[in-house]
Design a binder for this molecule. Structure first.
Ligand SMILES: CC(C)(COP(=O)(O)OP(=O)(O)OC[C@H]1O[C@@H](n2cnc3c(N)ncnc32)[C@H](O)[C@@H]1OP(=O)(O)O)[C@@H](O)C(=O)NCCC(=O)NCCS
Length: 265
């Protein structure tokens, strides 16, 4: 009746932004909490309503970790319409044993990650190397993305090119591998980028771009002047944003529409 957003909805907006916060940390939430031996429970949520959002408004939600206590985290959040702050909030999460919900000390690895991220430190380590070194950690990501998610037959996913390729692996601050890709020399001066895969839980947080930058640098170091790839139709815009140019017609590969794209190094 008031034609403004119902007050309780902002908690859902902030909760959605918290999911984006973990993504920006390159942390797959569920696996990371298992690895840390706990989970995060909201202990207190306070909101201050300074203005009202209306139908068709576009809102931006800001989120930062302001304090890491002994067992708790304070996330400060706010919803903005343009420059105007409409609702500001504080969320206190407690790190606790999921079985008993008893508080536990925030693990040092999580504390360091949060403090470092808020100070602008990178959340990924990029490793570039051969299949013997990186394959055991890259392979499960490719299985999860290509075979399980995209239903590419396992026999097509694995090929002989891995042994001679240069591979990249993105590893988050908890030591978990979250993305991979490879580079194959196909002709003098030409390298082909392929098997780019980022775990669905951390997509859109810059992991794919970081892998691509690492592999482009590796191609340049190998003396390549051109980097090409077969982009899945759904990934064409990802590569276009990184200045790859489409070439020729769309074709089918492993039952998926693909487009040749390339970039001069
Ligand atoms: C394609 C893929 C590797 C991209 O990795 P990612 O970590 O999500 O990419 P990034 O976060 O670095 O994205 C960089 C930018 O491209 C955008 N983007 C990412 N994927 C996109 C897509 N499929 N279409 C359009 N834009 C995309 C991001 O939003 C981001 O934009 P911004 O800079 O404005 O924020 C990943 O989505 C993936 O593994 N997909 C499934 C497998 C696949 O398609 N592999 C490619 C085979 S050719």
């Amino acid at each position: 009746m008031q034609k403004i957003v119902f007050n309780a909805h902002y908690l859902m907006y902030f909760d959605t932004a918290v999911a984006g916060y973990w993504r920006a940390l390159a942390l797959p939430y569920e696996e990371s909490m298992h690895a840390l031996g706990g989970d995060l429970y909201v202990r207190k949520a306070t909101l201050e309503y300074e203005g009202s959002a209306r139908y068709d408004d576009q809102l931006h939600v800001g989120m930062r970790c302001e304090r890491v206590g002994s067992t708790s985290l304070l996330l400060r959040c706010a919803a903005f319409r343009g420059r105007q702050r409409l609702v500001a909030g504080e969320l206190v999460y407690v790190f606790a044993d999921p079985a008993t919900q008893r508080p536990r000390p925030v693990p040092a690895a999580l504390r360091d990650l949060l403090v470092g991220f808020e100070q602008g430190e990178p959340v990924l380590d990029l490793h570039v190397g051969d299949w013997a070194t990186l394959g055991p950690r890259a392979s499960p990501i490719r299985q999860a993305v290509f075979v399980q998610e995209q239903q590419v037959p396992a026999a097509l996913e694995a090929d002989d090119a891995d042994a001679g390729a240069t591979h990249a692996l993105a590893v988050n601050r908890l030591g978990a591998a979250v993305g991979t890709g490879r580079l194959v020399a196909t002709a003098p001066g030409v390298c082909k980028l392929g098997r780019m895969a980022v775990l669905s839980t951390v997509r859109g947080a810059g992991v794919g771009s970081a892998l691509l930058r690492a592999l482009s640098a590796a191609a340049r170091a190998q003396g390549a002047h051109t980097l090409m790839l077969h982009a899945q139709d759904t990934a064409v815009d990802f590569y276009r944003r990184l200045d790859f140019v489409p070439q020729g017609e769309v074709f089918q590969e492993a039952g998926i529409a693909h487009q040749v794209m390339s970039i001069a190094l």
